[in-house]
Design a binder for this molecule. Structure first.
Ligand code: CP
Length: 379
């Protein structure tokens, strides 16, 4: 038997549940999801994947560069982590757009889709590829860019302004912000105060999601598939944000095996290994680069990042742990692809650059088209 007080509680609970359910449904409808696709529990019905990234692209003759439907399904406003992209339909859409922009660029026919829009690039850490490719992407799409490099010195951060205050101000001057920061979680903090989209362009030793998207796109272009891969990840797996983002993103691939190669001091943090375990992705750890070379399809080298070390002595001890030179190259699978997010220091010798498996400069170029696709989808 339940007493009247308990009955009242149940009625109150039901009322609150109905309110929450109603709010969920309204939120999904605002995102453009038709009522028929909203389940009874207030969640969107799962997407049916029309095509897998491994399959040949089917280009509609009148492919639409605009349209946010795909992103609306994912409730995107900001880009913080590749965990937001674990949906093949979304990846196929981004890759197709990148292909189209590359083709349009070759023909000198990029549509000026972002006229009257302003992108802010706010970089507290140095960058060549990410900042220039975002800026180039925006300009090619007809938009405009305002930008600061070394924001810690050349913005009012030097006078003590907080990240939150800076973002509140900059979001009043622009329609989107690309943010690189030395602190893990900085981009997420920015989203708490920004009325405009924030793109995480690297947050300390956290993530670098747009890099991982261009990495996966490069694998697709170079090998024709993102499935059935054996990939070696080499170098700084502890602080390497491109590694962290790519680990998440690779969980979308079928039948992937990861060989983690790092010095003892720079092993992959436990949370990423737990993620791999939770997705039943096979991985192994070692400090031997040579032994994995004949087995892998993708060799993903990374820099040992001097700037992340608190002790110069420790950096000196591990800085040249792995160097891919001509001698080691002979051991690498003949159809493998060599990737690196760049910049490199000593970990890939210059003599490797002429090998046709060396894809790292093509990879950097792909970043331009992936970032055009992302700007196109987010604006
Ligand atoms: N890959 C990458 O993030 O390069 P930059 O540091 O030059 O942007």
């Amino acid at each position: 038997m339940i007493n009247s007080l308990e009955k009242l509680e149940i009625v109150k609970d039901r009322g609150e549940s109905a309110q929450i359910l109603g709010a969920c449904r309204r939120r999904l409808r605002r995102r453009g999801i038709p009522p028929a696709k909203i389940r009874k529990d207030g969640e969107a019905a799962p997407l049916k994947t029309a095509k897998e990234p491994g399959e040949k692209h089917r280009f509609e003759p009148h492919f639409n560069f605009g349209g946010r439907k795909i992103f609306n399904h994912m409730d995107f406003k900001h880009i913080l982590s590749t965990q937001q992209f674990l949906n093949k339909k979304v990846l196929v859409d981004i890759f197709r757009r990148a292909d189209k922009f590359e083709k349009a660029d070759r023909q000198g026919k990029i549509p000026k889709l972002l006229q009257n829009k302003i992108l802010s690039c706010v970089f507290y850490e140095p960058s060549t590829r990410t900042r220039f490719s975002f800026e180039s992407a925006m300009l090619k799409l007809g938009g405009q860019v305002i930008s600061t490099e070394s924001a810690g010195h050349f913005s009012s951060a030097i006078k003590g302004e907080t990240l939150e205050d800076s973002i509140k101000i900059i979001s009043g001057y622009s329609d989107m912000i690309v943010l690189r920061h030395n602190e893990h979680g900085a981009a997420e903090r920015a989203t708490k105060v920004s009325p405009v989209p924030i793109i995480n362009a690297g947050d300390g030793d956290g993530e670098h999601p747009t890099q991982a998207l261009l990495d996966l796109y490069t694998i697709q272009k170079e090998l024709g598939s993102i499935d059935n891969l054996k990939i070696g990840m080499v170098g700084d797996l502890l602080y390497g944000r491109t590694i962290h983002s790519l680990i998440y993103l690779l969980s979308i691939s079928h039948n992937v095996e990861i060989f983690l190669v790092a010095p003892q001091e720079l092993k992959l943090p436990a949370k990423y290994k737990s993620f791999l375990n939770s997705r039943k992705i096979k991985f192994s750890e070692s400090d031997n680069l040579e032994s994995i070379l004949p087995k892998i399809d993708v060799l993903y080298m990374t820099r040992i990042q001097k700037e992340r070390f608190s002790s110069a002595r420790l950096y000196e001890r591990v800085k040249n742990s792995f160097v891919l030179n001509k001698k080691l190259l002979d051991k690498l699978n003949k159809r493998a692809v060599i990737m690196h997010p760049l910049p490199r220091v000593n970990e890939i010798s210059r003599e490797v650059d002429d090998d046709k498996r060396a894809a790292y400069f093509r990879q950097a170029r792909n970043g331009l088209y992936i970032r055009m696709a992302l700007l196109n989808l987010l604006f």
